[in-house]
Design a protein around this ligand. Sequence first.
Ligand SMILES: NC(=O)c1ccc[n+]([C@@H]2O[C@H](COP(=O)([O-])OP(=O)(O)OC[C@H]3O[C@@H](n4cnc5c(N)ncnc54)[C@H](O)[C@@H]3O)[C@@H](O)[C@H]2O)c1
Length: 307
Amino acid sequence: MSESGLTKIGVIGIGTMGNGIAQVAAQSGFTTVVMDVDAGVLEKGLVAIGRSLDRLVAAHEKSGGEKGIDGAAKDAALARLSTTTEAKDLLGCDLVIEAVPEMPELKEKINRNLAGLGYDRILVSNTSGISITRLGAAYGKPDRFMGMHFMNPVPMQQGVEIIRGLATSDETYATVVALCHDLGKIEIPAEDKAGFAINRMFVPFVNEAIRVVEEGIAAVDDVDKCTYCLGHKMGPLMTADYVGLDTMLFICRVLEEELGSFYKPSPLLKRLVESGQLGAKTGSGFYLWEKYKATGVNPDVARYRIG
Ligand SMILES: NC(=O)c1ccc[n+]([C@@H]2O[C@H](COP(=O)([O-])OP(=O)(O)OC[C@H]3O[C@@H](n4cnc5c(N)ncnc54)[C@H](O)[C@@H]3O)[C@@H](O)[C@H]2O)c1
């Protein structure tokens, strides 16, 4: 029996975060249903989950069983996982985790739609910083709504920010804390203010790193090297590529709207998104990428200077 008492988890969106969340839920013993817009996207997400599980099996073999998972655990996780393009297939879930792009209106629409179909259990959003109270109002059952902000890559990162909306009930909060434990995660409580705790700190850090490049103060790889001196394992520009530059831009805009111009996205971030260079997932951003491994600095960015 899980600590949360839940057995079936739904995930909406099988992108960067949704595929990690679905993987961890299935690995942790939950029957898991993932919903996305079409079969092609679901297939791509399942391939990513398969690759990630294979890496865990390889780690298990290499470490003599100390790390990762064995082949049987991988097969069991995959057997617990199913996909769908129909929101109605989420109706039997005990809790649904929404992980679609960081667009307030899209998330509100999904919440309203789910409620309209008759879903009335706990719904959480993986939003990076949109008001939980606003999204809970769209669901119409704000007592059963809260934020559950996983970190990327979900199978590796233990921390999960948990954010109550104004009307989230104690029961919902306790269930979500227990779910964090069931998933092998550590809960980090944060208040419902744009960016919560982590992105309130991380987004200005990335934005300023981009401005250092834009102003010609230091090159992309040197900006990242500076932060290794601070003990960071990955620099801000590589992390931004990894997160997805479209997602970074969406979060900047949410922060700017609520907290002011200090959080305004830097022009180079906007130019990269306009050009379709969204980071690791599209093969280029601040760096060029092959299968999620950076192969060098993107020459388009190396040339860019303002101010
Ligand atoms: N990328 C990160 O590092 C990161 C970290 C923490 C939180 N987040 C947050 O997680 C959420 C998802 O981000 P992501 O990076 O995984 O985005 P993504 O673009 O990689 O994936 C989003 C997925 O949602 C799907 N989708 C879009 N509209 C949909 C709909 N109507 N119904 C079902 N599925 C739909 C897309 O097809 C896609 O597969 C965002 O709120 C983001 O801010 C992202």
